[in-house]
Design a protein around this ligand. Structure first.
Ligand code: BTN
Ligand code: 3PY
Ligand code: ZN
Length: 632
């Protein structure tokens, strides 16, 4: 192809080329680079066709006759102005005032973040999000925001999907330029599971703002506002919207859980308001807030707090719609929901149904039911392609009021239990999770504190320990690392402090941190880390990649290697990415705008004595063969 380039180049044909033609005509090499990407992708397709994808091995397959996702078309009007333009014009404070002035309930669609995080183990790929972004901008320009980034998606995209989270953000941003993008930020834990030095958190926020995030929903896993300030300040400094979050736990109206009463929540909300939040978020990560509590909480907050209020819940109980509607009646400004086909159970309540319930009332959401249906049908067909990641949860479960597991953790922990051979003892795990929570002092459970409780619960069930055994000072117990870190203060300070006797037993004399963890961490030398990242990945490291490396050094290095070997696999349709091609399958792959590769799978050889298989393709009309290892 390189020779072809030379021969067909106008300067060559004109005879105006010089002996330095190759040196002075760098565009000849562009095609080489593109071809290189094509070869890498062919290598990937060959590998996955021969070996399958490790993430879906031994898991249920999508039906062979599944309908393909259909992208709804809307008239190609110029894009209607939306919430994003209000932020751009009036700034974060202006947006907050605008929110409060709306009669209608504002809706956030969580499908591209919490929806698939809570239903499909966070495995949704950029390909499926990018394709529908434009339909959102045309069909639902009155959505408040798209939650599409952060939380577990950052880690999973690199670790399991060979995808760059920054590219995902860019594509969604481009597709829906009129709707606010929203991310979930774990305060001092960034998008990771541990406290990072302040300058790392600041750097990450700055890059996320530049990369296209408009609203940062910031929480702390113990509701410790002290540990949220660095992240919140960084968001405010970036000019984007700071949604400071109170995590809801327990039962506000239950006198036996007096630690988390109305006063507790109002006090925290005031702290966040004083800390400069533009919006107050109430995050019911487990979906345990009942309708009467919502009525009381939101009515009180609307009276006591000047900020617009945004409510997030999960439908694990099956009763979340009642809670959301109670919140709407009590004056909540914005609410999270998932597209119908990505809603329910451990995910968010159902967008289309909530919109229908509000129709014709004072708080009518003014969203098109038809556009919601059509976009939901798209997601329905997409979801079918991820059959391998579905949990076996069949419907609502009031058991959530017992264990209080976050929606995003529930299916993960269940899967972990299964892999430890505890699948038939799930309800025991759930009861133990509740026991551990009480034993640890009744704490807020959300990433990463929820992981601490989950790790302990699994350790206890698998080794037959009960709460009394763990608390018995005479009995030797080996605690998971996450539990030791928690009691050492590595995640911060829980409300009401640690249970002292247990803390002593867990720490065995280890020192306890009582200050915010970030305070004692030396600032990271960012340029030194950039060098390390370059060495570990062999890639040029721009600021975005550096931010990925700072969050997940090992995962990033592995991701870089996979990118180098397989190229930009995010351009492959999801069935091809997970299952490869069948004989005679032909696909068109858009490498970038205007650059399409047409791939036909022709067949494969037997495995040779070196353990390699040759796979034959037709690529843009040319025969191609690629050799890949037989891994099975
Ligand atoms: C990724 O894309 O997540 C990174 C590499 C995954 C391994 C690939 S997937 C297709 C093929 N099958 C395997 O068992 N390994 C490779
Ligand atoms: C996350 O941190 O990923 C969560 O979804 C917490 O609810
Ligand atoms: Zn959630």
């Amino acid at each position: 192809a390189f020779l072809e380039n030379i021969i067909s180049h106008p300067k060559f044909r004109d005879n105006t080329y010089t002996t330095r033609f190759i040196d002075t005509t760098p565009e000849l090499f562009d095609i080489e680079k593109r071809k290189d990407r094509a070869t890498k992708l062919l290598t990937y397709i060959a590998d996955v066709t021969v070996n399958g994808h490790p993430e879906v091995r031994d898991r249920p397959r999508p039906p062979t006759n599944a309908a393909a996702p259909v992208i709804p078309e809307y008239p190609p009007l110029s894009v209607v102005e939306g919430s994003r333009q209000i932020l751009e014009r009036d700034g974060a404070k202006g947006l907050a005032d605008w929110m409060k002035a709306q009669k209608r309930v504002l809706f956030t669609d969580t499908t591209m973040r919490d929806g698939h995080q809570s239903l499909l183990a966070t495995r949704m790929r950029t390909f499926d999000m990018e394709k529908i972004a434009k339909a959102y901008s045309r069909g639902l320009p009155d959505l408040f925001s798209l939650e599409c980034w952060g939380g577990a998606t950052f880690d999973v995209s690199m670790r399991f999907l060979n995808e760059d989270p920054w590219e995902r953000l860019k594509k969604i941003r481009e597709g829906a330029p009129n709707i606010l993008t929203q991310m979930l930020l774990r305060g001092a834990n960034g998008v990771g599971y541990t406290n990072y030095p302040d300058n790392v958190v600041q750097f990450f926020v700055k890059k996320a703002a530049e990369g296209g995030i408009d609203i940062f929903r910031v929480f702390d896993c113990l509701n410790w506002v002290e540990n949220m300030r660095v992240a919140m300040d960084a968001v405010i400094e970036s000019g984007k919207v700071c949604e400071g979050v109170v995590c809801y736990t327990g039962d506000m109206l239950d006198p036996d859980r007096a630690k988390y009463d109305l006063k507790y929540y109002v006090g925290l909300a005031k702290e966040l308001e004083a800390a400069g939040a533009h919006v107050l978020g109430i995050k019911d990560m487990a979906g345990v807030m009942k309708a009467p509590a919502a009525k009381k909480l939101f009515a009180t907050l609307k009276g006591e707090i000047g900020l617009p209020i945004h409510f997030h819940t999960h439908d694990t109980s099956g009763a979340s719609a009642a809670t959301v509607l109670a919140a709407c009646e009590a004056g909540v400004d914005a609410v999270d929901a998932a597209m119908d086909s990505f809603s329910g159970t451990t995910s968010q309540p159902t967008l289309g149904s909530l919109v229908a319930a509000l129709e014709g009332t004072e708080r009518d959401a003014q969203l098109s039911p038809k556009a919601i249906r059509e976009i939901s049908f798209y997601w329905e067909a997409v979801r079918t392609q991820y059959r391998a990641f579905e949990s076996d949860l069949k419907g609502g479960a009031s058991e959530v009021y017992l264990h209080e597991m976050p929606g995003g953790q529930f299916t993960n922990l269940k899967e972990q239990a299964r892999s430890m051979g505890l699948e038939t003892r799930w309800h025991e795990v759930a009861q133990t999770y509740a026991d551990v929570n009480q034993m640890f002092g009744d704490i807020v459970k959300v990433t990463p504190s929820s992981k601490v409780v989950g790790d302990m619960a699994l350790a206890m069930v698998s080794s037959g320990l009960k709460r009394a055994d763990v608390e018995n000072p005479e009995k030797d117990v080996s605690f998971p690392d996450s539990v030791i870190g928690f009691f050492a203060g590595d995640l911060g300070q829980p409300t009401g402090g640690f249970p002292e006797a247990l803390q002593k037993k867990v720490l065995k004399g280890k020192k306890v941190l009582t200050e915010r963890p970030g305070k004692g961490l030396a600032p990271t030398d960012l340029e030194a880390e950039r060098k390390k990242a370059e060495e570990a990945s062999g890639m040029e490291i721009d600021d975005f990649r550096l931010a990925s490396y700072l969050m997940y050094p090992k995962v990033f290095a592995e991701f870089a290697k996979a990118q180098d070997l397989y190229g930009p696999t995010e351009v492959l349709p999801t069935p091809v990415y997970f299952y490869g091609l069948n004989p005679a399958d032909e696909i068109m792959v858009d490498l970038e705008k205007g650059k399409t590769m047409v791939v036909q799978f022709l067949g494969q050889s037997e495995t040779n004595e070196k353990g390699m298989v040759r796979v034959f393709f037709d690529l843009n009309g040319q025969p191609r063969a690629v050799a890949v290892p037989d891994r099975l």
